[in-house]
Write a protein that binds this ligand. Structure first.
Ligand SMILES: [Zn+2]
Length: 144
């Protein structure tokens, strides 16, 4: 029997959740992707036999093809977010400018303690604090 095809659209629909702890941007909270993540904190979705980055797949589904060599940028600065109204295309330069305009608040010592004691999986912790899974592991002392 042929394997059932799963499109990126199906994957996104099945594995997202509105995160009401996030600020409202463009009229909407973040829509967090709950599936698999890359080490740097971007979601992966299955698109038939290939894998796509979740936020790029969401952009393509809602806004159309991404021009060659362009990035999909987050208005909310949260890599786990796939809310189409938080996504726009931009260049590497735009991305760097965004980052400069919006420096990330450093984690406080109490955040770090909370992360160390948090028994959720690394992806879920990363979503709560908007950090990558690798950063979670570093804070927990699991990787250098
Ligand atoms: Zn968002």
């Amino acid at each position: 029997m042929p394997k059932k095809k799963i499109t990126a659209k199906d994957s996104l629909k099945a594995k997202t959740e509105i995160n009401t702890n996030t600020p409202i941007i463009n009229g909407h909270h973040c829509l967090d992707y709950l599936g698999g993540y890359s080490d740097v904190g971007y979601g992966w979705v299955r698109d038939n036999s290939t894998q796509k980055l979740a936020h790029r797949a969401s952009y393509e589904i809602h806004h159309g093809p991404i021009p060659k060599d362009m990035l999909v940028l987050h208005a909310c600065d949260r890599r786990s977010c796939v809310e189409p109204r938080h996504l726009r295309v931009g260049t590497q330069k735009d991305n760097a400018a965004d980052r400069k305009a919006r420096p990330k608040a450093p984690l406080s010592p109490s955040d770090k303690t909370a992360i160390i004691n948090d028994t959720d999986d690394f992806n879920a912790i990363g979503r709560k604090y908007n950090i990558s899974r690798n950063t979670v592991k570093q804070i927990k002392g699991l990787i250098p």
